[in-house]
Design a protein around this ligand. Sequence first.
Ligand SMILES: Nc1nc2c(ncn2[C@@H]2O[C@H](COP(=O)(O)OP(=O)(O)O)[C@@H](O)[C@H]2O)c(=O)[nH]1
Ligand SMILES: [Mg+2]
Length: 358
Amino acid sequence: MSFLSKYHTVSQKRFPILTAELNMSHSNPEKYQSLPSLISDIKAGNRRALSKAISLAESSLDEDRNLTEQLLQSILPDTGKSKRIGITGSPGVGKSTFIETFGLACIEKGERVAVLAIDPSSQSHGGSILGDKVRMPVLARSEDAYIRPSPSRLTLGGVSNATREALLICEAAGFTTILIETVGVGQSEVEVRSMTDLFLLLTLPMAGDEVQGIKRGIMELADIIFINKSDGDLESFADMSKSQIQSALTLMHSPTEDWKVQAMTGSGLHGNGILELLQLCDDFFQISAPHHHAMAGRRNMQNQEWFELAFHRELILWAEKQESIKQAKIEALQYIANGITVPSMAARAIVKSHLHSD
Ligand SMILES: Nc1nc2c(ncn2[C@@H]2O[C@H](COP(=O)(O)OP(=O)(O)O)[C@@H](O)[C@H]2O)c(=O)[nH]1
Ligand SMILES: [Mg+2]
């Protein structure tokens, strides 16, 4: 028996949720009494069920994690069919405004659009719900859109894990385009790149040397660079900006096989360039459609990365729960404070003494 089939049997025995009605009243005092009804409501596109499921995925309580796993396992066949688009750019570049216009243009073409935000620094201010409701007023009210701000108060890679799970849940709920907005600081671009097919970088029209100011590392992640706010006073810089970015791009590798990275100008606020951008996105998804090896390969690699991250996270969460490890850490910190031991040595010694039981 393979490891996974063994795991499946064990998990069915321990959490017989897929076969029996399960009381969920602890985590939802309102509507859902059972996981099967939550799952069928998600698949029917019920947004209350969708929000409920995403909240469940954001919870770190053991019993909520168990429920989330069962839920994800049972919706898995309904996932993977959307266009996953990451959107990044410095704060203020116009991402939220852009998403309103771009999202509505996608809906015009028959898509159903979910917007997720990833903001690993959101612990302190609890996400950007207020800002985004203001910036996306029409999209927020559309029947064919769903906007979910970044989860707050999650540690240890919890935000990116929860966002990946939210993405799958949105796919099962029938959303065909998933836009993931990143705050554009720290590790968040790399995280969003690693969970999306197409990565879109927004920048501003700039003069001359300022193009150098776009971080090369971020430019290398992008499939399309959209020079936003190419309107009003800044419009005169737009074309120059575009040709400079294009020449910088000739020195870089495309992050996506068979795709040539392109720069274009437009305005999220006024809508110019948005239809052209949509066409370019269509071209991208033609080239790297799900049956195409580039897309299949990327998604497979992303799942492997997700597994590695989740595995590390689980190991650390497990270790932090062990009383004996907690104790050993307290002692180690005392030794370190007294200058008796080297920190790296103390860390390794604890792991060695707890894991080398064979
Ligand atoms: N002129 C102009 N202003 C814009 C455009 N998009 C956004 N803005 C303005 O830029 C500011 C920041 O926009 P926002 O969408 O919140 O940026 P975010 O921080 O990247 O999400 C707001 O005052 C917007 O009204 C645009 O295309 N053109
Ligand atoms: Mg924003």
